[in-house]
Design a protein around this ligand. Structure first.
Ligand code: ZN
Length: 203
């Protein structure tokens, strides 16, 4: 199992971090040890003083394949879930400034909480899936797949040119605006449409 993540896939988020809009999807990965499931708490790591939440829709890959053609892309995922791409923003800024890889800022242990999954059949319009995350009861991030720069299908095609997709892989599809810091004691709750899917306590 691998966790593939997409950076800057919503215009408003790219702007809030003063990043140019990508012309191709920006891909990075997290190892299986990044996974955090079953609403287990997240323990604030000692190597950062600016841990950010990034609320994202996660695709679960249900078919093996490489070089996927556009007309078949949608058959590679049938379920979506809610994920948080935890990011040590202070480390990431230092690494970006030096042109170094991001892994220690993005792919550390338990940096990828993922919820249970729901069937896409239960979603009325795949091109306008609304999702939202609250911090201590207040909405901090809200988005819709209508605002994606690269659609789920485009991501499947692009990723599979480089990495063989395998059943059980996860794809984090990018975060909308509103990323921000979390503190010990915070509770994050993520929903897709009206389904509350993920709770993550910061300890
Ligand atoms: Zn992200």
């Amino acid at each position: 199992m691998k966790i593939i993540c997409i950076g800057r896939n919503y215009v408003d988020h790219a702007k809030e971090l003063n990043n140019p809009l990508p012309t191709k999807p920006i891909i990075f990965m997290k190892p299986p040890t990044a996974l955090l499931i079953d609403d287990r708490p997240f323990y604030y790591p000692d190597f950062t003083k600016n841990l950010h939440h990034e609320a994202e829709i996660v695709l679960k890959i249900c078919k093996n394949g490489r070089h996927v053609e556009p007309q078949f892309a949608s058959t590679y995922y049938q379920e979506i879930g809610f994920g948080i791409d935890f990011t040590a923003r202070d480390l990431q800024d230092q690494l970006k400034a030096k042109g170094h890889p991001w892994e220690i800022a993005k792919a550390f242990d338990f940096s990828a909480p993922i919820s249970r999954f729901i069937s896409l059949d239960s979603i009325p319009d795949r091109n306008n899936i609304h999702f939202r995350m609250t911090k201590n009861g207040e909405t901090v991030q809200e988005g819709s797949t209508a605002d994606l720069i690269f659609s789920f299908d485009q991501l499947i095609c692009h990723i599979s040119r480089f990495f063989r997709l395998q059943i059980g892989d996860y794809i984090f599809t990018g975060t909308p605006a509103g990323v921000g810091p979390v503190q010990i004691g915070d509770t994050l709750v993520g929903s897709i449409e009206d389904n509350e899917l993920l709770t993550c306590e910061i300890k």
